[in-house]
Design a protein around this ligand. Structure first.
Ligand SMILES: [Zn+2]
Length: 375
């Protein structure tokens, strides 16, 4: 029996181990009844512990042996004996977050349907940032309306109820989402706001799922994917973003919502400086070229090493050795591999084809820069 379908807020239960086995990948148990929710419908599995005369084992994962009606299999940290009496306890904080994500998804899916006629075809609730996949490509203003509507449904504090109906009775219920199972069908009603077939765990009222924040959307498989956060996780998201903006604002001596301007200004200055820097580098390469041609072993700033080497490739009959004060070097010309071998004795490492690039210990720079290497 799946106890979580009767009471989403119960955390402890008693049961008997019906089946238990071990495989190379882990230890498994099926219980006479369980509160552990098996991963399904986009909602992650519960974790927790089983206690008994054998001690305490962790429940690491829970899954359905077969979809919807199969046994619920508990993946355990250690084996438990068949027939043992156990007390199970689920990790409540994790479950509550899952119920917030899941109930919020019901509310948001209904809000998306009402605001834009958008149909939910898949959901993912595996992490704090959840997704709803829509059949249709949504419009920005309809998404904003759906978000507002979802939060109105939160503040309306609708009761959330689950109940079972037979397949024959189903026709009487205007479901947002038709059932994926046959026989007795579990329906979940959120006041007069939403009605859907669902086997998952839900909050007692819509108010507990809020706030619901749509973060962004993108085109996905001919429709759209909407990203949202809900409940505690929405508050945590707000906290993290507010803290980040406040830190940035402090650095710019402004308020959190005023950081855009100084950042833009900084970007513009950066572009200007990059342009100036590039022009200076080009001028420096021009200025260094005659000396490099004459001396062929030359100390140059690391920032122009590559550019200068490229220019010297036109004099392919000569070997050149360019070295920066930090020990980075470029080698080119017919004797480049020979010179590299010589530099290796000083601890140099490097490689390449036309231009060999590498580095040697800084303290060896003076010693390495011997014009005889390239003559
Ligand atoms: Zn549900």
């Amino acid at each position: 029996m799946r106890l979580y379908q009767w009471d989403g807020y119960a955390t402890r239960f008693q049961a008997q181990v019906v089946r238990a086995w071990s495989e190379e990948r882990g230890h498994y148990a099926v219980l006479s009844q369980t509160l552990f929710y098996p991963e399904s419908g986009g909602q992650p599995a519960d974790t927790g512990v089983l206690r008994g005369e054998f001690g305490e084992v962790r429940v690491l994962h829970v899954y359905e042996e077969e979809k919807a009606f199969g046994d619920v299999v508990h993946v355990l940290s250690h084996p438990v004996p068949e027939g043992a009496q156990v007390e199970g306890e689920i990790d409540w904080e994790r479950r509550f977050r899952h119920m917030q994500r899941h109930t919020a998804q019901h509310i948001l899916s209904q809000a998306l349907l009402r605001a834009g006629g958008y149909h939910t075809i898949a959901v993912s609730l595996d992490s704090a940032v959840c997704t709803v996949d829509l059949e249709e490509e949504p419009e920005e203003d309809k998404l904003r309306q759906a978000e507002a509507l979802a939060n109105f449904a939160v503040y309306a504090d609708y009761p959330v109820e689950a109940f079972w109906v037979t397949e024959e009775e189903l026709a009487q219920y205007p479901l947002r989402r038709p059932p994926k199972v046959q026989g007795q069908v579990r329906l979940v009603r959120i006041g007069d706001f939403d009605l859907a077939a669902c086997g998952g765990t839900h909050l007692k009222t819509s108010a507990q799922a809020g706030p619901i924040k749509v973060l962004k959307w993108e085109r996905y498989k001919g429709g759209g994917r909407v990203y949202f956060v809900a409940g505690w996780e929405a508050l945590e998201d707000y906290h993290a973003k507010h803290a980040l903006l406040s830190r940035l604002a402090l650095g710019f001596s402004t308020n959190p919502l005023g950081v855009e301007k100084p950042i833009q200004k900084l970007q513009e200055e950066l572009y200007t400086l990059k342009g100036e820097n590039q022009a200076l580098k080009e001028a420096l390469v021009e200025a260094l070229l005659p000396r490099a041609l004459e001396e062929r072993a030359l100390l140059v700033p690391a920032s122009v090493l590559g550019e200068l080497a490229k220019r010297l490739l036109s004099w392919s009959d000569k070997t050149f050795f360019l070295l920066s004060p930090e020990g980075r070097f470029a080698l080119l010309g017919p004797k480049r591999m020979e010179v590299l071998e010589g530099l290796k004795a000083l601890g140099a490492k490097g490689g390449g084809k036309e231009v060999v690039q590498g580095a040697l210990p800084k303290e060896k720079v003076a010693e390495a820069l011997d014009p005889k290497r390239v003559s």
